[in-house]
Design a protein around this ligand. Structure first.
Ligand code: NDP
Ligand code: MG
Length: 394
């Protein structure tokens, strides 16, 4: 058994905390090289006490300064670094063989892409990286021989349900379609007027999963599923029409692969992110994740079609995928800006879809060949969405 040396980007977030929980169950298998966060000093300090990393990075300099003082007082022996460049440094350090990429948003892209170029084993939770730079990212993986294991529960399920030697050729593997399940989020049964008036507290109260605030809002708008459709396109080399979405409110079936012979292979489990995290950490071995056994007796599993009229973000994501080029980067950036404004209480819930549609209308068709092009599309979309939402508030 190879002892793996890990950097966890976004260690202070919900995926990061779940990753450390699994890691702590297997001290013989894993060793922590670096942990990163942005603002949560107390949580990072606690993680440094428990896991004794060589490096702790806080992307916010003020948080790094506070952590540095506290870590020195306690004699933790951890070197505290700060800023975005340090995220990349600890992601690609030669000592590291495995990277958990769990920063939220496009902020995770530079370090994750650098790790892909450096040939690391990447456990990818940060779906926004693939949404923004899918082709470049997958090209970097192929060129360096890096290993990519999906953490998103749906993509992890599909990865488990595909043949072990799947090369991205649907015909050859007899794969007809990938079925992404969606819980439907907290507004699944609400009428459009009630969704439009939803508060941030209602939006982050997910029925089945405990997640960060941004992805919780994405789940409520179904943008999370939209981002996952784009993620699936790149991870599995799927054409848009080969990716289907079905609403499954119980979140027991995490996703499915439909084969030419009529077989549909699903992966099921208790909704707990430690399962896909442990799968990827241990791959190809199966390791204990601390997850309670799936209780099927007396349970009902139901499936329904998604409603893109009440949840236009899902359709916008399919549209962006069809448009190609810079569209997905624009969609993602406009969504990040709108979700942050919504969480601040500055704009209503339905402004999220409206600002994305506005940004797509203004910016689709721009250059998308290089990373700089995509980062420019991201920057422009943030600016366009900002202006649009600012006018809404006035
Ligand atoms: P959280 O908001 O809980 O955590 C985000 C992490 O990123 C924190 O460590 C945070 O630091 C850090 N961070 C935030 N902004 C920046 C920045 N600008 N630069 C560097 N670090 C930053 O999110 P989740 O853990 O829920 O999600 C992480 C990613 O995983 C997202 O891309 C999400 O879509 C994806 N994902 C999450 C799932 C879940 O169940 N939670 C499921 C599937 C995918 P700090 O907290 O210290 O400020
Ligand atoms: Mg998911």
């Amino acid at each position: 058994m190879k002892r793996r040396v890990l950097t966890i980007l976004g260690a202070t977030g919900t995926i990061g905390v779940n990753t450390l929980d699994v890691v702590a169950r297997h001290p013989d298998r894993f060793e922590i090289f670096a942990l990163t966060g942005a603002t949560q000093v107390e949580r990072m300090l606690e993680q440094c006490r428990t896991h004794r990393p060589r490096y702790a990075v806080m992307s916010e300099p003020a948080a790094a300064a506070a952590l540095r003082v506290r870590a020195a007082e306690e004699g933790l022996g951890v070197e505290v670094l700060e800023g975005a460049a340090a995220l990349t440094e600890v992601a690609i350090a030669p000592e590291v063989d495995t990277l958990m990429a769990a920063i939220v948003g496009a902020a995770g892209l530079p370090a994750t892409l650098a790790a892909a170029q450096a040939g690391k084993r990447i456990l990818l939770a940060n779906k926004e990286t693939l949404v923004v730079s899918g082709q470049l990212f997958m090209d970097a993986i192929a060129a360096s021989g890096a290993e990519l294991l999906p953490i998103d529960s749906e993509h992890n399920a599909i990865f488990q349900a595909l043949p072990g030697d799947f090369s991205g050729d649907f015909e050859q593997a007899g794969v007809k379609a990938l079925w992404l399940t969606a819980s439907g989020g907290p507004f699944r049964t609400l009428p459009a007027e009630a969704i439009a008036a939803a508060t941030p507290e209602q939006a982050v109260a997910h029925p089945n999963w405990v997640m960060g605030r941004k992805i919780s809002v994405d789940s409520a708008s179904l943008m999370n599923k939209g981002l996952e459709v784009i993620e699936a396109r790149w991870l599995f080399n799927a054409r848009p029409e080969q990716i289907k979405v079905v609403v499954h409110p119980q979140s027991i079936v995490h996703s499915m692969v439909e084969y030419a012979d009529g077989s549909v292979i699903a992966q099921m489990g208790t909704p707990d992110m430690r399962t896909p995290i442990a799968y990827a950490l241990g791959f190809p071995e199966r390791i204990d994740a601390g997850v309670s056994a799936l209780e099927l007796m007396g349970r009902q599993l139901t499936f329904e079609a998604p409603d893109t009229a009440r949840f236009p973000c899902l359709q916008l994501a399919f549209d962006a995928l069809a448009a190609g080029g810079n569209a997905a980067a624009v969609l993602n950036a406009a969504n990040e800006v709108a979700v942050a404004r919504f969480l601040d209480g500055a704009v209503p819930f339905n402004a999220i879809a409206a600002s994305i549609a506005h940004a797509l209308g203004r910016l689709v068709g721009g250059a998308a060949d290089t990373l700089d092009d995509l980062l420019e599309a991201d920057r422009q979309a943030r600016s366009v969405a900002d202006t649009y939402l600012g006018a809404l508030r006035a």
